[in-house]
Design a protein around this ligand. Structure first.
Ligand code: CS2
Length: 505
């Protein structure tokens, strides 16, 4: 007879009932104050910033200081309602399932998140919370697309309807930038010190970009406020890294079957974890360096290395692999052709335009990347990797191509990725005709341009908001046009991958 054990719903009261192999907070959560407000509580925030903060709270030497750094999550959009309700039900607790390549699994209930608020329900309450003297940091994971940039200029798009709405309704903002300026305005009026605004998104100079965007928005609102922000608020740049696939039902069932633990939304991630931050905080910060974060004077070389090798590497596998018919990153890496192609792309195109990173052996970094990508217990779906490619490739891949064009470097490996992206956007199926799950704000625009390829092979490349002036480069367009034409004749992208490898010697 199959007797199912009684399941234990995850919440504060049940923590002591969890089996010993599930780690749990060793600190008093009721003693925590909210020092950090975080906008964008997805899997990544929960596997990264909330994880580091939880480690710190559990660290014997830091317990007293870390009490000030509880995290309150904020959801600004309707789809955030689901995470809001799950977290509320579970007293904001969730399980982090850390899956090692050898099959070992660490399970850890994270306690650093202590509250959650939905902006759309009560924008004033969120603004007040940000303006509270306890709040010292507002951190963001709003994705590359969340910065509301004008594609043509790369600057904040003040004409966006939501930005215009926020200028007219400063008390009821829609964009995070409206919330930030409203809260900072309150702090300024009340003579309170500002908070630090800390971006945790995969963007080069994420802090500098956030500063530009916030200032641009504030200037349209109130010139004096903008000046105050410019002088008083800090926006540290940071490089963030931990591969965090989308949670699946298997993750939920695993906890239930192994431990009788009912957690409606756990997070799975790899063991590797990195956070390199510029130490510019205006109102204090947690001592994250005690639990593995690195504080450095200049994060530029680290972030460039990560974006151009890891993130670009993901996109290389993601787009080529999607057209080929692979489904996950580890599936790609276990295919020797894809693994070789990735390594050649990294060695021949990405690395020559990277700066040296002091204390980092790039060859070893690349070896580790391939190992991480190959982790068979992290089923990172290519659909997640290719999500919003139109915001990612301009950051991850196009700069590498541009810099190689300027110095006569190799461009063929990257060119084939763009040809594959064109085919993917046009046909929206893999080479066998299986439908692809494509999510992109620019999906329609990408599709339309890609569909013009049979008439004009450069049609896709002419989306200047994504590719800039790549279509003007004769060297690039010659290579690209030949590839895209060949791919449309025979969508088996592996043929062209082999050809690129051969041509490279
Ligand atoms: C991925 C990242 O979204 C992407 O394209 O490359 O989510 C990546 O997994 C993380 O940046 C890893 O730190």
């Amino acid at each position: 007879m199959n007797i199912k054990q009684e399941t234990i719903p995850l919440n504060e009261e049940n923590l002591h009932r969890l089996p010993p192999d599930v780690a749990r907070p060793t600190y008093q959560r009721s003693d925590l104050k909210t020092g950090i407000i975080h906008v964008g509580v997805g899997g990544f925030h929960r596997s990264h910033e909330a994880y580091y903060t939880d480690l710190l709270m559990g660290d014997g030497d830091s317990q007293a200081d870390s009490k000030a750094w509880g995290i309150c999550g904020i959801g600004l959009r309707e789809p955030d309602r689901r995470i809001a309700s799950v977290l509320e039900k579970q007293d904001y607790l969730y399980t982090l399932i850390i899956r090692h390549p050898d099959g070992k699994i660490e399970n850890r209930v994270i306690g650093s998140l202590i509250d959650f608020m939905m902006g759309i329900d009560d924008p004033g309450a969120v603004i007040d919370r940000m303006a509270s003297p306890d709040t010292k940091i507002v951190s963001l994971t709003i994705t590359e697309g969340g910065y509301n940039l004008d594609a043509a200029t790369g600057e904040f798009d003040i004409n966006h309807p939501d930005a215009q709405h926020d200028l007219i309704n400063p008390e009821q903002p829609k964009l995070v930038f409206g919330y930030l300026t409203a809260a900072l305005q309150k702090r300024r009026q009340q003579g309170l010190p500002p908070f630090t605004i800390q971006s945790c998104d995969n963007i080069q100079h994420n802090g500098d970009l956030t500063r530009r965007v916030v200032l641009e928005f504030a200037r349209h609102q109130d010139e004096e406020l903008a000046k105050w922000i410019e002088t008083n608020v800090a926006f540290p740049n940071a490089m963030v890294d931990r591969i965090t696939p989308v949670t699946t039902n298997d993750d939920i069932e695993y906890l239930e079957n192994e431990f009788g633990l009912a957690d409606e939304w756990p997070v799975t991630c790899e063991p590797f974890c990195q956070w390199v931050i510029e130490d510019q905080f205006v109102n204090g910060r947690p001592e994250w360096e005690k639990v593995g974060a690195q504080f450095v004077p200049d994060v530029t070389p680290y972030e460039k290395m990560k974006l151009r090798l890891l993130n670009a590497g993901h996109s290389v596998l993601g787009l080529l692999g999607s057209v080929y018919g692979h489904e996950t990153i580890d599936g790609c890496v276990s295919d020797e052709l894809f693994a070789t192609y990735l390594r050649r792309f990294m060695d021949v195109e990405a690395t020559p335009v990277l700066d040296a990173v002091e204390g980092i052996d790039l060859a070893a970094y690349k070896d580790t990347l391939i190992e991480r990508f190959g982790n068979p217990n992290i089923k990172d779906q290519l659909a997640r990797i290719c999500l919003e490619s139109s915001s990612k490739l301009p950051v991850f891949l196009v700069p590498t191509i541009r810099e190689n064009l300027a110095k006569d470097g190799s461009i063929r490996f990257a060119a084939l990725v763009i040809a594959a992206w064109c085919y993917y956007s046009d046909r929206q199926v893999d080479q066998h005709g299986k439908e692809l799950d494509i999510v992109d704000d620019k999906k329609a625009e990408l599709h339309e341009a890609a569909a013009g390829t049979s008439k004009d092979p450069l049609s896709f490349l002419k989306i200047t908001s994504v590719f800039g002036d790549l279509a003007q480069s004769q060297r690039f367009t010659e290579v690209y046009a030949e590839m895209v034409n060949a791919l449309y004749r025979n969508p088996d992208v592996s043929v062209l991958m082999r050809e690129a490898l051969r041509a490279d010697g």
